[in-house]
Design a protein around this ligand. Structure first.
Ligand code: PMT
Length: 222
């Protein structure tokens, strides 16, 4: 049995992709499977946390003893997260949220002869930055999915989104990242960094939960 290091803490986590509809049958999405976020939700639950998981559309069964809220779009994910965020101690943004959505959702299926029109996009709300901007801010952990210059972009996101910690992963490589059963993380917080080597997402999730607990306790001494 593991030590119940997160006992008494309310943890809110997002996982999976979002789906941004174009018309009744088409949408824009990404390759997130939800595996990373679900693994963290389970690891935190096993560490004693009271876990709520806001999940985009994924093919993973709902885990036992975790409250799951299912959403599709970034706006729905924003609403579900903001509805809970003021009562959580820790927020983890593992979801791959679409930064943009089609400006208009067509009521009817777009016809082939009109499909070469340019799709106009509009920006989605930044969920994690909104959580980090709450007056009673929880401990906020972001993810950064990068194909280049990982350390630089991750540190920029840590500061610009006002996060307590960011877990950066390389994406678009043969191993790890989106949809893989494995991942590696470089975690940054103000003043420090730690590398977790390539392993399965379940073991990685336990390592990350342990580090988050440590840093949460440093920031919130009993
Ligand atoms: O789901 P898997 O297949 O297991 O893959 C895991 C993963 C690669 C998706 C995961 O490890 C990961 O990196 N998730 C974040 C992906 C992402 O969208 O990163 P980003 O660098 O674009 O966003 C940075 C942070 O801002 C993230 O915490 C993201 O959740 C958050 N964000 C982004 C945009 C937005 N509108 N709102 C947000 O909250």
């Amino acid at each position: 049995t593991r030590p119940q290091s997160m006992r008494g803490l309310k943890l809110l986590i997002s996982a999976g992709p979002t789906r941004e509809p174009l018309d009744p049958v088409r949408y824009i999405t990404n390759r997130s499977s939800g595996k990373m976020g679900y693994a963290i939700a389970e690891a935190a639950q096993q560490a004693g946390a009271d876990v709520t998981l806001v999940s985009g559309p994924v093919n993973i069964p709902v885990p036992d003893n975790i409250h799951v809220v299912k959403v599709e779009t970034a706006q729905q994910m924003f609403d579900a997260v903001m509805n809970q965020a003021h009562r959580c101690d820790i927020y983890i943004g593992a979801a791959a949220v679409a930064d943009y959505r089609p400006a208009q959702i067509q009521d009817h299926k777009i016809k082939k002869q009109h499909a070469d029109n340019i799709i106009e996009l509009t920006q989605n709300p930044d969920i994690i930055a909104s959580v980090a901007g709450l007056p009673k801010k929880p401990f906020v952990v972001g993810f950064a999915a990068e194909t280049d210059d990982l350390a630089n972009y991750a540190s920029q996101k840590l500061h610009s989104k006002n996060l307590d910690m960011i877990a950066a992963n390389w994406v678009g490589q043969s191993e790890g990242g989106f949809d893989s059963d494995h991942n590696a993380l470089q975690v940054f917080w103000p003043g420090g960094s730690q590398h977790f080597a390539m392993t399965d997402k379940q073991y990685l999730a336990h390592q990350l939960v342990k580090l988050i607990t440590e840093k949460f306790n440093e920031k919130n001494p009993a």
